[in-house]
Design a protein around this ligand. Structure first.
Ligand SMILES: Cc1cc2nc3c(=O)[nH]c(=O)nc-3n(C[C@H](O)[C@H](O)[C@H](O)COP(=O)(O)OP(=O)(O)OC[C@H]3O[C@@H](n4cnc5c(N)ncnc54)[C@H](O)[C@@H]3O)c2cc1C
Length: 235
């Protein structure tokens, strides 16, 4: 389904992450949480990028969050303002929440987008599921959607977040976990869960490393779902 959608809100949520909420077209439905093609008018003409939806289908809007860069699409995304329009094609994909098993969500940086949507869905639908989110960010200022995630943990006693910071300065006031998402953190997140499904989202390198770590912990491959944010010039 291809729809033209109007911007409701456009917000810089961290120094490098921009979030845009669009009107949700009538009849637009998606599973928690698929991705769309999002076509924007850019300085080089219309360009479409695949973008995960960053909200639950229970919300009355469509939301996307992108790590900004100076590519034409990203500049156009960050410049969107209320009333501007874009074209949404979707939704697509199989990276969706299994409502019958506990969930361990593993986010590397901007890979948080569909996982935030899954956590919102489990909360809004009052799913009787334990949901644990392991979320790695560069430093404290780069934790996207922190307030929203804190709000979800207050609303949903079965939702927990384990943050880790990979590049927090040694002298910063952060007292939480530091370092990449390694096996010990994945074990901690899985503790006490009966046959969880793992949902891993981030850059190709992050997804590959996490997948290997999970298999190393004895997790069966069929229990690991992943969404790879291909396309960054860096990888
Ligand atoms: C299923 C899926 C979901 C995704 N969801 C998100 C999300 O929620 N948030 C997010 O930030 N990213 C997401 N991505 C990645 C996104 O589509 C971009 O590829 C990525 O953000 C890098 O864009 P960039 O322009 O900053 O890349 P840069 O590193 O600046 O790119 C270098 C060059 O490659 C070009 N390029 C990069 N990516 C694309 C592309 N996809 N199509 C055409 N040209 C490209 C750029 O124009 C530039 O010329 C997703 C990708 C997939 C496959």
């Amino acid at each position: 389904m291809i729809s033209r959608v109007r911007v409701l809100e456009s917000t810089r949520v961290t120094p490098t992450v921009h979030d845009v909420k669009f009107e949700k077209p009538a009849g637009f439905d998606f599973a928690p949480v698929q991705f769309c093609g999002l076509e924007l008018s850019t300085g080089r003409g219309p360009i479409e990028y695949p973008m995960s939806l960053a909200c639950s289908p229970t919300k009355p809007y469509l939301e996307f969050g992108a790590r900004v860069s100076n590519s034409p699409w990203k500049e156009a995304f960050a410049a969107l303002g209320p009333g501007d329009d874009a074209e949404v094609d979707g939704a697509y994909g199989h990276f969706v929440l299994d409502e019958t098993t506990p969930a361990v969500l593993v986010a590397g940086g901007i890979g948080i987008t569909p996982l935030k949507g899954m956590a919102e869905y489990a909360t809004d639908r009052h799913l009787p599921l334990d949901v644990r989110l392991v979320y790695s960010s560069r430093d404290e200022t780069e934790i996207a959607y922190r307030l929203e995630l804190d709000g979800l943990t207050r609303q949903n006693p079965r939702f927990h977040v384990l943050h880790t910071l990979t590049r927090a300065p040694k002298d910063s006031s952060w007292t939480g976990r530091r370092g990449r998402i390694e096996s010990d953190l994945l074990s901690e997140a899985s503790r006490g869960l009966d046959g969880p499904t793992y949902y891993v989202c981030g850059t190709p390198g992050m997804v590959q490393e996490t997948y290997r770590n999970l298999l190393g912990l004895g997790v069966a491959a069929y229990r690991v779902k992943y969404e790879v944010f291909r396309g960054y010039g860096l990888e």
